[in-house]
Write a new protein. Sequence first.
Length: 107
Amino acid sequence: MRFEWLLRYGSQRIRGKSIENVEAGSMKLRAIGIGRFLRVSSGLIILGLLVEIASFLWFHPLSFVLFILVGAALIGLGIVVYLISLVFAVSSPRKPRMKCGGQINNV
């Protein structure tokens, strides 16, 4: 077994490779995409709540139909868009990981 002294600072750093943030571009694109999804979903939920408030103030037999068909549908659609945005934000391409021997594993 060979014994060598290592430098105290930067002993595990690989020299000769440039340091760069590889995920910066994809994270920005993903952040813009989730922002758009969140704006759409919040707009749908707010619109659904406004329709439901209007149906409460309107005294007519069709107000219940407006409440259920339009208001609840808009709120439900807003919730679905929000959940879809969470799925797209979490899913990311697989990155290669380094093994102990310096081999690259796609995980």
